[in-house]
Design a protein around this ligand. Structure first.
Ligand code: HXC
Length: 280
């Protein structure tokens, strides 16, 4: 934990994290648990959810793993109810479940496009909608995990760009409706983050592709998962009490250097895959 934060910052708080079984979301949950929160990790696969919770418990935190697909409203509502029954009002919601694959518009079906919209955008709607009845009001904070894709167009990522842009506007609109209830609605928009499923999907060839991505980042490196968890912790702390209805970029300045280079690299990787499959 970054040394500006204390280990009792979130004692008594309850956090509900969708997509909490891996990557950024799991790291945020771990950080919250280390700051004293009880965390519920939600994922599609029950074994993975339980294993992810066991990792948090092994680190000294209090955690439970539950299975729900964010596309299934009733299942998600059931998970909120189970957490509320167990620990009481929910203070923090991380809407982090996401899906991605690399494909140009002409390389995906309507169902492929809809699948990512369903997981990312409708899944975020389902999460916040189902959360409301169980939130501490006033006092709760909701953070959606967006991406630099929401404002920076990237070729071979039109589905993700559209979904993440929708998430940003959902959160901003929600802040108008729920601010008066004392619920803060926020987004975190990371760029490239090391050791995540997202980067493995965007850069399946590893170091060579990643070097091209790094070259376009003004700070010259990807974010670490700690960088993202630090921001997520700050946003639910008292120091962020007046921050509401905004999406915070955490991308080393990438938005200023544009997504064209990343898109060119992704389009080239799609071409390589077509050639490998024997469809030149
Ligand atoms: C074209 C594809 C495709 C591909 C899937 N589809 N992969 N189309 N190119 N590479 C199409 C399928 O053909 C199908 O359409 C439709 O998408 C649904 O596919 P399913 O496999 O049936 O869906 P499902 O099992 O629900 O899986 C959803 C998924 C999958 C998104 C496709 O990858 C997934 O579950 N991902 C979750 C984990 C994940 O992606 N994490 C990374 C998040 S990273 P048809 O028409 O054939 O039925 C992230 C960060 C973004 O979001 C920003 C990074 C900087």
């Amino acid at each position: 934990m970054h040394d500006v934060f204390t280990s009792d910052l979130l004692v008594g708080k309850v956090a509900f994290v969708t997509g909490g079984t891996s990557g950024i979301n799991h790291h945020i949950a771990l950080r919250y648990a280390k700051a004293g929160a009880r965390v519920a990790l939600i994922g599609r696969n029950v074994e993975k959810a339980e294993a992810a919770a066991a990792v948090v418990r092994k680190a000294g935190g209090e955690a439970v793993g539950l299975s729900a697909d964010v596309r299934d409203y009733a299942g998600l509502e059931g998970a909120f109810k189970a957490v509320h029954d167990r620990w009481g009002e929910i203070d923090i919601v991380i809407a982090g479940a996401a899906g991605n694959f690399v494909a140009p518009v002409l390389g995906m079906s309507s169902n492929g496009f809809r699948t990512v919209i369903d997981i990312d955008l409708v899944g975020t709607f389902n999460t916040v909608r189902a959360a409301f009845a169980f939130l501490r009001r006033p006092g709760a904070a909701i953070i959606a995990i967006s991406a630099s894709h929401s404002t920076m167009p990237v070729a071979a990522q039109a589905h993700v760009c559209a979904a993440k842009a929708g998430i940003d506007m959902l959160i901003k609109s929600l802040s108008l409706e729920w601010g008066s209830q004392g619920v803060r609605c926020l987004g975190i928009a990371p760029g490239a983050v090391e050791n995540t499923e997202g980067m493995r999907r965007l850069a399946p060839n590893g170091a060579e592709n990643l070097q091209q991505i790094f070259a376009s980042i003004p700070l010259g490196r990807q974010a670490t998962r700690d960088d993202i968890a630090d921001l997520a912790l700050f946003l639910v702390s008292g120091a962020a009490n007046y921050i509401n209805g905004t999406i915070i970029s955490i991308d080393g300045g990438s938005l200023n250097s544009g997504g064209q280079r990343i898109g060119e690299m992704l389009m080239a990787s799609v071409e390589d895959a077509r050639v490998e499959r024997g469809h030149p």
